[in-house]
Design a protein around this ligand. Structure first.
Ligand code: PGA
Length: 231
């Protein structure tokens, strides 16, 4: 099958490194990014010799200084993160992250050589036209003055996150194709209830270059099974 990137967002959960190590063993694993919580990033870098890449789930919009509780893009780079998820809908919903803040975070990450994985997606389940309009409007604001050759986009309909609901193949294909046409970005992932029952189907959709995975990330056996079957 085609090259398909799996990005695993553990969210505010812990998965013991040994669980992933047991599944991976001595194997070389392609196209897999694990994004544990900040505290576990350094430890998870132990999987890099197996080809696994490591990411963070968020970054500060500030570069350094008196910002209690924040983690900068440089700190992520120094600890070993290759990627960072930005603008996730949970950041917007619970922490009121604005498009402007997401834009600044993307710029800070690019400056440090960490690849941003930029999340967009409509909040209400409607037709493809609505989704395309919603997502392009978001991208228009989030990607202002950004070097588009340096980022990955994840199309995540908010109504599909953690709900078990997934848009039709046609819906995903149309929205991702519109994102690519509008931005020229060639790496666009799908996210939202990606898992055991739909991974083969979603991985075969034209134009989908990978998946951003939440809940299923907590099952290293499932992630390694999906990775080996899709790869
Ligand atoms: P989910 O989460 O796979 O649990 O739906 C996806 C996400 O939040 O990125």
């Amino acid at each position: 099958m085609k090259k398909f990137l799996l990005v695993c967002n553990f969210k505010m959960n812990s998965v013991a490194l040994s669980e992933y190590q047991n599944e991976v063993g001595q194997k070389q694993i392609n196209n897999l990014v694990l994004c544990p919580n900040f505290c576990d990033i350094k430890e998870y870098c132990a999987l890099k010799p197996n080809g696994i890449m490591i990411g963070a789930q968020n970054v500060s919009e500030f570069t350094n200084g008196a910002y209690t509780g924040e983690v900068s893009a440089k700190m992520l780079k120094d600890v070993g993160a290759d990627f960072c998820i930005v603008g996730h809908s949970e950041r917007k919903k619970y922490f009121y992250e604005s498009h402007e803040q997401t834009n600044t975070k993307i710029k800070n990450l690019i400056a440090e050589g960490v690849t941003p994985i930029v999340c967009v997606g409509e909040d209400i389940k409607k037709d493809e036209d609505f989704a395309v309009r919603f997502v392009l409007m978001e991208l228009n604001q989030i990607l202002k003055d950004i070097d588009l050759s340096r980022i990955i986009v994840a199309y995540e309909p908010i109504w599909a996150i953690g709900t078990g609901l997934v848009p039709s193949n046609k819906h995903i294909e149309l929205v991702i194709s519109a994102i690519k046409k509008y931005t020229g970005i060639d790496m666009v992932l799908y996210g939202g209830s990606f898992g055991e029952n739909n991974y083969i189907q979603i991985a075969s959709i034209n134009g989908v270059d990978g998946a951003l995975i939440g809940g299923a990330s907590l099952k290293p056996d499932l992630i390694c099974k999906m990775q080996s079957e899709i790869d």
